[in-house]
Write a protein that binds this ligand. Structure first.
Ligand SMILES: Cc1cc2nc3c(=O)[nH]c(=O)nc-3n(C[C@H](O)[C@H](O)[C@H](O)COP(=O)(O)OP(=O)(O)OC[C@H]3O[C@@H](n4cnc5c(N)ncnc54)[C@H](O)[C@@H]3O)c2cc1C
Ligand code: FES
Length: 263
């Protein structure tokens, strides 16, 4: 089954300063993406396919693929300039995606910044029955809040580094408070029933992994590495794990939190 897709842009609009929503209408979708999977998207017409970049599936709806992206450097600056009606080449869905929690486990999602793009479809798949911790540097960097509020049937706990929205501090601080207050019987959710899912900057993932180990909670983290091929061929995206080096694009991007060796 080919993973090469040609798609027309139906929307590429800012959701706030520095972030866009890209909506693509593919010629055909042979494989539906799972939450946590990603696509390599061509960001430049003249050099394509050299300048493909990895982006998590944000949403699949009405036969369209949606991606939420932060404008960061060369590739995403070019991506921002792409117009409605332009054709894009992409490759995917790639990677493993998030495992779905067992019935007796309460999923706790932890998103840092643009990490929300990867966790949003998991919250959707679980019909909003998740606790979501969403952290950003400042209020203006929080994305899709209305959509999240409409979707979630449990708590949305926001934190910002500067305190401009929600709790002041990191998502780990907020998570600590939450788990401490929910870990005593007879609360329905005892700590061992929680299952963590995290996506965000590497220091946040390291902190979540250490936190999960300390508290004896299982968790999954979606790792981010620069990618050239996206299909396991170039070995450019390897991370150190307790079982040797693994490719983020092929064996990941989702790994068990206890598996990664932080250096
Ligand atoms: C699995 C996964 C999912 C992601 N999902 C999202 C998402 O949903 N939304 C989002 O905003 N971001 C996401 N990212 C991050 C996103 O891929 C980067 O922000 C993006 O690649 C930045 O590209 P840039 O060219 O704008 O930035 P730059 O900083 O210019 O480039 C990014 C890096 O790619 C390197 N690079 C440059 N050229 C090449 C090349 N030809 N081949 C390989 N590497 C090159 C650069 O050296 C640089 O280190 C994800 C990353 C991963 C790994
Ligand atoms: S990007 Fe080439 S092996 Fe992962």
């Amino acid at each position: 089954m080919s993973k090469y897709i040609r798609a027309k842009i139906t929307e590429n609009a800012p959701v706030n300063k520095g972030h866009n929503l890209l909506v693509l209408s593919p010629d055909n979708i042979q494989q539906h993406p799972l939450p946590g999977q990603f696509y390599m998207i061509g960001t430049d017409f003249s050099y394509d396919p050299l300048l493909k970049r990895p982006f998590s599936i944000f949403r699949e709806a009405s036969g369209e693929l949606q991606f939420l992206y932060r404008i960061k450097g060369k590739g995403t600056e070019r991506m921002k300039e792409m117009k409605k009606g332009d054709t894009v080449n992409l490759l995917g869905p790639l990677g493993n995606g998030y495992p779905i929690p067992g019935k007796n486990l309460t999923p706790v999602l932890i998103a840092g910044g643009i990490g929300i793009a990867s966790l949003f479809p998991l919250a959707e798949k679980l019909s909003g029955n998740v606790h979501l911790f969403y952290g950003a540097r400042t209020k203006n960097e929080l994305l899709m809040l209305n959509e999240l509020k409409g979707l979630l049937r449990k708590e949305l706990i926001i934190s910002t580094d500067d305190g401009s929205e929600g709790r002041k501090g990191t998502v780990i601080d907020a998570l600590n408070v939450f788990l401490t207050s929910n870990s005593h019987p007879p609360q329905a959710d005892s700590t061992s029933n929680f299952l963590l899912y995290a996506c965000g900057p590497s220091p946040m993932l390291e902190a979540v992994s250490k936190f999960a180990a300390e508290k004896g909670i299982k968790g999954y983290i979606s790792m981010e590495e620069n990618m050239a091929c996206g299909v396991g061929a170039c070995l450019g995206c390897t991370v150190k794990t307790k079982k040797g080096y693994k490719r983020v694009c092929k064996e990941g991007p989702v790994f068990s939190a206890e598996e990664i060796v932080w250096t």
